[in-house]
Design a protein around this ligand. Structure first.
Ligand code: LMR
Length: 400
């Protein structure tokens, strides 16, 4: 039956983990997938998460189905985290929000909803480059996918002029995907002043802003600061869509905890949107998983656990910044050809190193160091024990 099914390529990000697992060399390092590792290179379960699980175990909760749009306490707290406690549309009951299978699921629900109901041009503009999964998610949701300039290889920074030109040239009312903070894969974010200009262009052209917020807290170590763009756009009257993930900031990767929300113009409109979100979700997976949403909502609703969580997010963000400094110092002291300042300037979990495809290939084959083919490294995979080996190997690869 399946003789005509062609073999597909490995996933550009998760395929790296497969290659890493198959490598038996003790020096191997996985800098592919964006998953936090502690100082010993081990996955890190946050203390706030452990404590929330203890609280939950004592409550001995049942395992009944959640409603289609998820745990109400969780969705309310997630929206508050994204939009802020003082958000006007939240207070006015104008934000439609649903739990999702992490950030990917949120983007997919959003894509499917827009594909079905967005009344204007069904084209979504993604930054170039963007997270590798964005294109298939939106294409499979029935949207046409195009790009706007974002990363400037020459300056290893934001191509702000290119970005503005491309957004101005996009058809009116097209959809624009924006990374709320800690842009993946480049680690390059607009400044607050640049966000304001982007907001003006989006308003002028009546574009529809869809924020992917997968790293709230990871950019600056502060969840409020990292929500600047989303909150500013909402203040400016944009009716945004927001996808949230709790994979990175709560370390809840495999629990698949996320949320998708849409700002609407009235509670009555919100109720209609809510009803259609349910109709989008029900045939996909019926209703979302319970445990992770309970953990996240316990943390978000308890003052002490919230404080502990914030300090742990900051700890993770700070450790990554330390690794950036050490990597930069090592590469410079080893006289590695090139300019390495961007390693320190970039924000969030990733560094877009500028390593070429042959160099990343050589690093995997000769040094057992794995990263995505575009030269992105997950900074969280570096630690005091492997950073010297990593820097020496990069230096060698660049010297050729
Ligand atoms: C990444 O970019 O590495 C993460 O968002 C994980 C994933 O699912 O790709």
């Amino acid at each position: 039956v399946w003789s005509t099914v062609p073999a597909g390529p490995p996933d550009p990000i998760l395929g790296v983990t497969e290659a890493f697992k198959a490598d038996k060399d003790p020096r191997k390092i996985n800098l592919g997938v964006g998953a936090y590792r502690d100082e010993n290179g081990k996955p890190y379960v946050l203390n706030a998460v452990k404590k929330a699980e203890e609280t939950l175990a004592k409550q001995n909760p049942d395992k009944e189905y959640l409603p289609i749009t998820g745990l109400p306490e969780f969705t309310a707290s997630a929206a508050k985290l994204a939009y802020g406690a003082d958000s006007v549309p939240l207070k006015e009951g104008r934000v439609a929000v649903t739990q999702s299978i992490s950030g990917t699921g949120a983007l997919r629900i959003g894509g499917a909803f827009l594909g079905r109901f967005y009344p204007h041009v069904k084209t979504i503009y993604l930054p170039v480059p963007s997270w590798g999964n964005h294109t298939p998610i939106f294409r499979d949701s029935g949207l046409e996918v195009k790009g706007y300039r974002y990363f400037d290889k020459k300056t290893v920074g934001l191509d702000f002029e290119g970005l503005k030109e491309d957004l101005r040239a996009a058809p009116e009312k097209a959809i624009v995907l924006l990374h709320a903070c800690a842009h993946n894969p480049t680690g390059v974010d607009p400044t607050p002043e640049q966000w304001k200009e982007i907001s003006d262009i989006i308003k002028e052209k009546q574009l529809f802003p869809f924020f992917d917020m997968a790293y709230q807290g990871f950019a600056s170590g502060n969840t409020t600061r990292d929500a600047f763009a989303v909150r500013y756009f909402v203040e400016q009257g944009h009716q945004v869509a927001v996808s949230q993930s709790f994979a990175k900031n709560m370390g809840l990767y495999g629990e698949r905890v996320g949320a998708f929300s849409l700002v609407t113009s009235s509670p009555e409109e919100r109720a209609r949107v809510d009803s259609q979100l349910k109709i989008v979700i029900r045939p996909m997976y019926s209703n979302p998983p319970l445990h992770g949403a309970r953990i996240a909502s316990t943390i978000l609703r308890d003052e002490q656990l919230y404080g502990l969580w914030e300090s742990e997010v900051k700890h993770m963000a700070d450790r990554i910044i330390q690794m950036r400094d050490r990597l930069y110092d090592n590469l410079v002291s080893q006289n590695t050809p090139g300019e390495w300042n961007h390693i320190k300037k970039q924000i969030g979990m990733f560094s877009f190193t500028g390593l070429t495809q042959p160099q990343t290939k050589a690093l995997a084959e000769k040094a057992h160091i794995y990263m995505t083919a575009d030269g992105r490294i997950s900074m969280a995979g570096l630690n005091g024990k492997n950073i010297d080996y990593f820097s020496e190997s990069v230096s060698k690869a660049v010297k050729g």
